[in-house]
Design a protein around this ligand. Structure first.
Ligand code: ADP
Length: 175
């Protein structure tokens, strides 16, 4: 059961995450952190080549962990790069996906981020079933917000397509 207070801290929008005006956006990156397709490619194109230069200094990122860079040409001040699991159908997938959300939120808080947008991590090329991934995303974020009730944080789930948005709306409102 998600309280009304927490529900008010969560927003579901459909659109392009690179266009959002919030303190931080999350990138569903790969372990190299050197760019890729999907949302990763869109973020690198929108942020500009300085982003790749900074990413080169980070020496990659393990699955479930998160690293932060500046936002460069984006409106967002920071980009938090996290690496979702490649779906394999094991219990480890769920734990690693939850870690992506937790580690991103913790890193955001360390940098005084008060509004953060997430894409639907792992649900594209990495093949995580959308309903399952959405449940983990919403539950993990809601729990983090409960656990940090004294910290003002607004979370935006940025859904690229209408189907993703419908699933997120259903999950976020249902619980
Ligand atoms: P992964 O490799 O983690 O599966 P993808 O980038 O393939 O990452 O897909 C993750 C999600 O991001 C998918 O729902 C995809 O539709 C979405 N996506 C792609 N481009 C954008 C964008 N510009 N803004 C927000 N979400 C996006």
């Amino acid at each position: 059961m998600i309280s009304e207070k927490i529900k008010n801290q969560i927003q579901v929008v459909q659109g392009d995450i690179t266009k959002l005006d919030c303190d931080g956006i999350v990138n569903a990156a790969n372990r190299s952190l050197l760019g890729g397709g999907g949302v990763d490619g869109a973020i690198h194109r929108a942020a500009g080549p300085e982003l790749l230069a900074e990413c080169r200094t980070l020496h990659g990122c393990r699955t479930g962990e998160a690293k932060i860079t500046k936002g460069y040409r984006l409106k967002a001040k920071y980009i938090i790069h996290t690496v979702g699991p490649i779906y394999s159908g094991t219990a480890e997938d769920a734990a690693q996906l939850a870690d992506c959300y937790l580690n991103s939120l913790n890193l955001a808080k360390e940098h005084d981020v008060h509004s953060i947008a997430f894409p639907a991590i792992s649900t594209g090329v990495y093949g995580y079933p959308l309903e399952d991934a959405t449940e983990i995303a919403v539950k993990t974020v809601a729990q983090w917000l409960e656990d940090h009730a004294d910290y003002a944080m607004q979370v935006i789930f940025c859904c690229f397509d209408a189907r993703t948005e419908r699933v997120y709306q259903a999950r976020a409102l249902q619980q």
